[in-house]
Design a protein around this ligand. Structure first.
Ligand code: F3S
Length: 753
């Protein structure tokens, strides 16, 4: 059904020659990460090396995956590209919009009603353009991808930060914004700064209470939430080969918590077993023919310090189970030290809820090991003292673990099975009483535990651990319980101890599913209509942005001179606004409302130069737009840092801002602005920022001769009749100037078809 064998064959056919060329170009043995990256270069075979952490390189990913929240704008944009079909295999997964409240069936039904228009749009647009569509209830994007699409040596981008989960099967899988997904689906290359490489050597073997999750909890403690930034984390060694493919997926998934670009394991017997177990033996057969290319070179792993930028070694035989938190995933506590930390810090030791599953930890292995503890609880007459929920990662896993009796065991212990969806992991949790904002503790087998993430309550102390530890602590109802050493008193007043968990990596009877929830796209999508209600508040078809008028831009009103930090969140706030992420007009009402106005140091209060009154930024800009007057936004250092959210570039463009002039840009945002046909400019002399006055009318001149590397001129016409002429720089190349001229990158793509 779901994978594309011909595509994988074509990818593998390039590996031998491209990797050989890369080895010559780099002049040394290669890591696995380098092999896959060099095998996916847009330029073909490399003839010179790329500098890690410096070179920007174009790649051709094999696949795109999108979740339902971010897919909306990605696909609305894709519709503008004028293509009949996506250029690479792509899928949409409906997982983020289902709220957990009562249990799987009731919650799913409610979500289907509430989000009908979004699902109808995503289903119809997928059907039309050749995109695989996974319905609500089919599962969480990363689990479904691992089961169906991930393949060793592949390269994928996904519009979700935990896309690296597929690294567990040896794929370079990277989280991106919707604009990048749109480009790749339209057949354009995808640019990435060539990453630095962190090697993690795993020795020894896991045993007893320790699981793969503890490896990444330990790594997060070592590297912290920023330690992986700009780097790919590559795991290797005997210990790595001993981990199940899904355990590897867990580790790669949570690499996002240390800021890593992605994480990866090499192809081995466990990967082969998982491919065969998920009915992809033909991919395993193909991978076996190029096995040597699907791991790093032996010399690299023998002397890792010579080839990685940083090396960490972890002995799995000595690794303890960990609990990380609260409020951050890098506060790592071995279980032997956790109880003392709870007491010393005054964290609520009573455990209210234990939640297992999610995209991070819902494999057959995870569920079967957790169920072995739940069974013990029942057998030993222990009742779970905390509430307990189970979120399966996919319908295939859910169906199989139900068939094998595990869900029944959880229910016997008082557990509630939630829909196969993100639910509490993304704050889609109607948690009873959360609005009272009481101090309390929960523990999950998820990946993120920032304040408010699960239930919106800033006083919920959220901890992350393996499903086994979550289950044991939920049985005890107490965070200070250490199942390795402590006993519990059962309903009959006897002291009992939990034995070590046990489980199976793969089901002995194989996976099974009745309805996986997959909708294949139409063979010929030309007659399929995309369903968008013109009256919808949540969705709006995009109109192409206007092409450049061919003249200099004169008399632009200063909309705002932003002072200090101005991240994508200040430019396009999240929270309640996310509801409108598929409706550009509605979401534009959050444009720059978080930016601080340098003239009054207030947010969302700027002078309307036409009326002289102060007003909210979006309202003032809409006033200029109504009068056909362009405007300009001025900013400080690192403008647009934060996420790759394309709305932060689309909103100003949509509302008629013509240029963003700043001291410096965050690079992704700068590129996003260029893609939307905006002028992204920097002060040649940063102190010229101080020359900008509140009533300025601003001209941008020299556009008829807009060329790479040649500065433009900006004239500041002050209200007292004086002027300043300043030089501004830009980083547009020929192609990007083409985007500006055409009005957007998508307009240009359309022209080229
Ligand atoms: Fe969903 Fe949470 Fe994973 S939001 S994709 S289950 S990190």
């Amino acid at each position: 059904m779901a994978f594309d064998i011909e595509m994988i064959k074509a990818v593998y056919s390039k590996f031998p020659s491209r990797i050989e060329a890369a080895r010559i170009a780099v002049g040394k043995p290669l890591t696995l990460t380098e092999k896959i990256l060099y095998a996916h270069l847009t330029l073909g075979e490399a003839n010179s090396p790329f500098e890690r952490g410096v070179s920007y390189v174009d790649f051709n990913p094999d696949r795109v995956a999108m979740q339902d929240a971010t897919a909306q704008m990605a696909l609305l944009q894709f519709m503008q590209a004028g293509r009949y079909k996506v250029a690479v295999p792509s899928t949409v997964h409906c997982d983020h919009l289902i709220q957990a409240e009562i249990g799987a069936l009731a919650d799913l039904k409610k979500a289907n009603d509430k989000n009908k228009e979004v699902y109808d749009f995503l289903s119809s647009v997928s059907n039309k353009y050749g995109i695989g569509f996974w319905k609500p209830g089919a599962g969480i994007i990363h689990q479904v991808v691992l089961e169906n699409y991930a393949f060793p040596g592949g390269m994928m981008i996904g519009t979700d930060s935990h896309t690296p989960n597929a690294g567990g099967l040896g794929m370079i899988a990277i989280g991106v914004g919707g604009a990048d997904a749109c480009d790749v689906m339209a057949g354009l290359p995808w640019e990435l700064k060539f990453p630095k490489l962190i090697g993690v050597k795993l020795t020894g073997r896991l045993s007893g209470w320790t699981s793969a999750k503890d490896v990444i909890l330990k790594v997060a403690g070592i590297l912290t939430v920023k330690g992986g930034t700009g780097a790919v984390v590559e795991y290797f060694g005997d210990g790595a080969r001993s981990l199940s493919a899904t355990g590897k997926g867990t580790i790669c998934n949570m690499g996002a918590e240390i800021g890593a670009t992605t994480s990866i394991f090499g192809y081995d017997e466990k990967s082969e077993a998982y491919l065969r177990g998920t009915e992809r033996g033909d991919i395993a057969d193909m991978a076996n023919t190029i096995k040597a290319h699907l791991t790093g070179d032996q010399e690299v792993y023998a002397n890792p310090e010579k080839y990685f930028d940083q090396v960490i070694e972890i002995n799995l035989s000595e690794l303890e189970p960990h609990v990380n938190g609260p409020f951050t995933p890098d506060l790592a506590w071995p279980i032997s030290k956790f109880a003392a930390a709870v007491r010393e810090n005054g964290w609520p030791s009573k455990l209210e809820v234990g939640l297992i599953g999610s995209c991070t930890n819902s494999s057959y292995e995870d569920i079967s090991r957790a169920a072995s503890l739940a069974q013990q609880a029942v057998d030993k007459k222990l009742k779970a003292k905390s509430e307990y929920t189970i979120t399966p990662g996919s319908e295939q896993v859910r169906f199989t673990v139900e068939r094998d009796g595990f869900l029944g065991i959880f229910e016997n212990m008082g557990g509630v099975v939630l829909a196969n969806a993100c639910g509490p992991c993304i704050g889609q949790w109607a948690r009873h009483g959360a609005e009272k904002q009481e101090k309390n503790s929960i523990i999950t087998s998820f990946n993120r535990n920032f304040a408010k993430r699960a239930d919106g309550n800033p006083n919920t102390h959220s901890f992350v651990a393996s499903p086994e530890i979550v289950t044991a602590l939920a049985i005890a109802g107490d965070l200070t319980f250490n199942p390795m050493t402590d006993s519990l008193v059962n309903e009959e007043g006897n002291s009992v101890k939990l034995e070590e968990p046990s489980g199976l990596e793969l089901p002995t009877k194989g996976f099974a599913v009745e309805d996986a929830g997959y909708q294949a796209p139409a063979k010929d999508g030309s007659k399929v209509s995309v369903l968008v209600d013109p009256k919808s508040e949540r969705l709006q078809l995009l109109e192409p942005f206007k092409a450049w008028e061919g003249t200099d831009l004169k008399g632009l009103k200063l909309l705002i001179k932003a002072k200090g930090k101005c991240t994508t969140d200040h430019i396009s706030m999240a929270g309640p606004w996310l509801r409108f992420r598929g409706h550009l007009d509605n979401i534009s009402n959050n444009m720059l409302i978080g930016a601080v106005n340098a003239f009054n140091l207030e947010t969302n209060k700027v002078k309307n130069q036409l009326t002289g009154e102060h007003g909210e930024v979006p309202a003032v800009q809409r006033h200029y737009k109504k009068h056909g007057i362009g405007s300009i936004v001025v900013g400080d250092e690192n403008y647009g840092e934060g996420s790759s959210r394309e709305h932060a570039a689309m909103e100003p463009r949509f509302l008629g801002v013509r240029a963003i002039l700043v001291k410096s840009f965050a690079r992704i945002h700068e590129t996003n602005l260029k893609k939307q046909g905006m002028l992204a400019l920097t002060f040649a002399n940063p102190s010229d920022y101080d020359l900008i006055q509140e009533d300025d009318a601003i001209d941008i001149v020299g556009l008829a001769d807009f060329q790479p590397g040649v500065p433009l001129t900006v004239v500041l016409n002050h209200s007292d009749g004086t002027k300043n002429e300043i030089e501004v720089n830009h980083t547009y190349n020929e192609g990007q100037i083409g985007w500006f001229v055409a009005g957007s990158a998508l307009n240009l793509i359309k022209e080229e078809i």
